[in-house]
Design a protein around this ligand. Sequence first.
Ligand code: SAM
Ligand code: SF4
Length: 314
Amino acid sequence: MRDSRGREINYLRLSVTDRCNIRCIYCMPESGVDLVSHDDVLSVDETIRLTGIIMKAAGVRKVRVTGGEPLVRKGLLDIVRGISDLHPLELVLTTNGLLLSGMAEQIAEAGIERVNISLDSLRDERIRGISRRDISLKDIKDAIQSAFDAGLDPLKVNCVVMRNINDDEIAEFIRWSGETGVFVRFIEHMPSILSEDTFVSRDEIIERASVLGRIVKLSDEGTAGIYSAQGTGQTFGIIAPFSDPMCNSCSRIRLSALGTLYSCLAEGEGVPLMELLRSDAGDETISEMVIRSVINKPDSHGGCVRTKMWRIGG
Ligand code: SAM
Ligand code: SF4
């Protein structure tokens, strides 16, 4: 369906858990986050039912399963199967990759078509520093290989760029993506628990990439600008919520694991649907709430608010 500004809303980001097995410095505090009790999280059946209602009410055609870390969610495969039965045109997932090696086949069989993997450095020491966990590049390379083996491709790798933390690795990442067969996308850091001094703009990312050759923009693909380093045949993406917010063409809504619907990152409270779902309310009543939320989608996120990404799925 279209919102009041005429934007077509057809993409749902579905967060299936608040929990995560790592603690990225730009996302979660080291001590973790307040854990909500399992009773306050949508059950497998509730998740599938609510997703179905939202898909039908808003005309959603693409669902991205996210989190927290979706692969730690108990019952994930049942959720994926249930949503796959709702026949979205695209069913995809975003993960930090750590549990992917043991699950790639299963999630592909359950209905996931492609995965995005988050990776912020190619250097073991930095990966450990950013994730605050004992992870190495080899772990992520294994995850990538198992995704390819399971037919989960094309595969995108998302890298949040942070000043003095990993911003000297842009060209290296682009070269590495060519060698590995993944497509790398650099993300501008959105306000988080990390100092704002770490922000690196799209133009700076392009400047750092230009050591490979002149950088030319090829197209826009969803929220990402697609670029090519001329003379190398290498392409990469930049997601620039600050430099290029793309709010005019935003097609997304988000459902949290707590059953709250957000029509925009800027929508602080969201629309809580859990209680309604657990009452006698029929699908029609919930659909009306969904439609109202979509119609009232804010014009823009105003340069990005400080958002709990682990709660609403990035
Ligand atoms: N745990 C999964 C993962 O990391 O891929 C999925 C959830 S995570 C919240 C989704 C995406 O949000 C990741 O690619 C992550 O890098 C990104 N993200 C989290 N916090 C961010 C921030 N402050 N700025 C930009 N991207 C962020
Ligand atoms: Fe976990 Fe993803 Fe947040 Fe990192 S970005 S802490 S992997 S939810």
